[in-house]
Design a protein around this ligand. Structure first.
Ligand code: NAD
Length: 366
């Protein structure tokens, strides 16, 4: 039976967990199952050198368990670098619940998941992600204190998206400074792909500064609402060929890929979406060769995690915003470091994050 499943997933040559393509020296992978509630979840703890592994819980209708495992491994690793580059004393973790959040999610299932989180005694701290909500985190909070992103009414920090948008705005201004010699976005043509939670607030910042904002979203109603509200223009045509100065991916990942990269006219890429480069090494290098300034996604979209981190150390909105504003300085440093070393901005950000982890490991080993 197991052999058949493995064959079906074309993984005959690898070990199921440690041999996964996305396995990257993860510390711990926890499989959570509860027959009564139908819960099937995986918690990925990538690295806890800098602190407890914090990352959201994604509920998604994965095609199979391998896909879920791959996702949690990939996402938890990303969280390690996001927190490290942001100067937070947090490690990287993430959880996935297998199922359709609109159909399969029940209060009992979420509570049971919270109990599994609690069983890890704080090594993993959860938060919301795609398919989970602040209300789910409030429910989890009943059974464990190792949860963030809970409602403001019970001492939490609420929705992190506006803070994420502020960080993306800061990262974009830094990228503009590097590329155009000025961080003033007034008159700059910016295409924002995705007018959701983060995209909308970003559009607000941009239009207030006088940028010429064009927007694209597959949700026509939301896009039209945002266009009217902020005076943005709906972009019609192939997004990737748009004649703009700045492209802000705020919808989905991997939009910088073999099909799109040679069409891009934008000179700056700065957006909220995770994993924008389809293949980090390949597409990061092509962007560098084309002279396109790419602000690493995991660096500039860290406002959300900065906000929930503040919840752990004692929530202070002003401090969270100050730290998020600092994304501007960090992004500029990354551009300088990348240029000085002839490497991509993605590599530069990863190596600085990795150094912080390595230094801490050395310190604690003394
Ligand atoms: P959201 O779901 O509120 O908005 C995403 C929007 O993208 C939706 O309006 C959707 O219709 C649109 N979209 C989806 N596919 C599209 C396509 N092919 N073309 C154009 N539009 C498309 O999500 P969000 O919270 O605004 O997050 C946006 C991105 O930023 C996501 O990739 C998310 O993982 C990432 N991110 C978000 C946060 C946060 O705090 N919310 C933090 C870090 C990273």
């Amino acid at each position: 039976m197991i052999t058949e499943v493995i064959k079906a997933n074309e993984l005959t040559k690898v070990d199921p967990v440690f041999g996964q393509a996305s396995f990257n020296d993860h510390e711990q992978v926890v499989f959570c199952h509860d027959k009564d509630t139908g819960l099937k979840a995986i918690i990925g703890i990538h690295n806890t050198v800098l602190g407890p592994a914090l990352g959201g819980t994604r509920m998604w209708k994965y095609a199979n368990e391998w896909e879920a495992l791959n996702d949690v491994l990939r996402l938890s690793r990303g969280m390690t670098y996001k927190s490290a580059i942001s100067g937070l004393n947090l490690g990287g973790g993430k959880a996935v619940i297998i199922g359709d959040s609109k159909v399969d999610k029940t209060p009992e299932m979420i509570t049971r998941f919270g109990q599994f989180v609690d069983s890890l005694s704080g090594k993993y701290i959860t938060a919301e992600d795609v398919g989970t909500t602040t209300a789910d985190m409030d429910r989890i909070h009943v059974v464990t204190k190792h949860v963030t992103g809970i409602s403001e009414s019970i001492g939490g920090s609420g929705n992190p998206s506006p803070v994420t948008a502020y960080g993306v705005y800061m990262g974009m201004k830094a990228a503009a400074m590097h590329q155009f010699g000025s961080n003033n976005l007034s008159g700059k043509k910016v295409l924002v792909q995705g007018t959701g939670h983060v995209g909308e607030t970003l559009i607000d910042y941009l239009t207030k500064e006088g940028a010429l904002v064009q927007i694209a979203d597959i949700n026509q109603a939301k896009m039209e609402e945002v266009a009217i509200k902020y005076g943005a223009k709906i972009y019609e045509g192939d997004i990737y060929s748009a004649d703009v100065d700045i492209y802000a991916p705020c919808a989905l990942g991997a939009t910088i890929n073999d099909d799109t990269i040679n069409k891009l006219k934008a000179k700056v890429i700065a957006g909220a979406a995770n994993n924008q480069l389809a293949v980090e090494q390949v597409h990061g290098k092509i962007l560098m060769e084309k002279g396109i300034a790419y602000a690493p996604d995991f660096l500039i979209n860290a406002g959300g995690i900065i906000n929930v981190y503040a919840e752990i150390v004692g929530y202070d909105k002003a401090e969270a915003m100050r730290r998020t504003e600092n994304i501007y300085n960090t992004t500029l440093e990354i551009f300088h470091f990348a240029e000085a070393n002839g490497i991509t901005t993605q590599q530069a950000a990863m190596s600085i994050a990795q150094k912080r982890i390595d230094d801490r490991k050395k310190e604690t080993a003394k």
